[in-house]
Design a protein. Structure first.
Length: 168
């Protein structure tokens, strides 16, 4: 018997599964050093929702580094770097390694728990990993159910775990 709120769960143990990214990036290169991207909210999973929520665990520096170059979204985005929890009282100030994130070409170092707000229309990236001391979660929350990004003047849409060029 179907339960009233079961359609609101995205999990391998429920009928609605997370959307897993392709093992290749938008340039056809193999993704390494991290788990596959896992989308838990988008317009396909929750048609009435207004958010796109994806994550990956990074455990070593990827072979393709940076993982993506400069790009821009129509919608606002939140980007999180969150270290794995290893011991009592280490979650807030834990250092996981070091990455460099660029916003409008300006570099910013990230080493610990961090959330970055990127307004829609602001160019950001590349995301470059410099050092990984312990696994950490890389999480993006797009404040729109549809995930699109523009790279070098070409627009891509995230569909079923792959980046598909948008024909305009």
């Amino acid at each position: 018997m179907a339960r009233k709120w079961g359609h609101l769960f995205v999990s391998p143990s429920y009928p609605k599964h997370p959307v897993l990214d392709s093992i290749l990036d938008h340039n056809g290169k193999l993704k390494t050093g991290r788990t596959l991207g896992q989308t838990y909210a988008n317009e396909e999973l929750f048609p009435d929702g207004h958010v796109n929520f994806s994550l990956s665990w990074f455990y070593e520096i990827p072979e393709v580094n940076p993982i993506v170059g400069e790009h821009v979204h129509d919608a606002d985005e939140l980007i999180f770097y969150m270290p794995s929890f290893n011991d009592k009282d280490d979650d807030v100030n834990a250092v996981w390694g070091e990455a460099t994130l660029y916003i409008e070409g300006e570099p910013y170092k990230v080493t610990d728990n961090c959330c970055i707000y990127i307004p829609g229309g602001v160019p950001h990236g590349p995301f470059e990993w410099n050092r990984i001391d312990r696994p950490h979660l890389f999480l993006t929350v797009m404040l729109s159910a549809e995930y699109t990004r523009e790279i070098d003047g070409k627009k891509y849409r995230h569909v079923n775990g792959a980046y598909v060029p948008v024909e305009e």
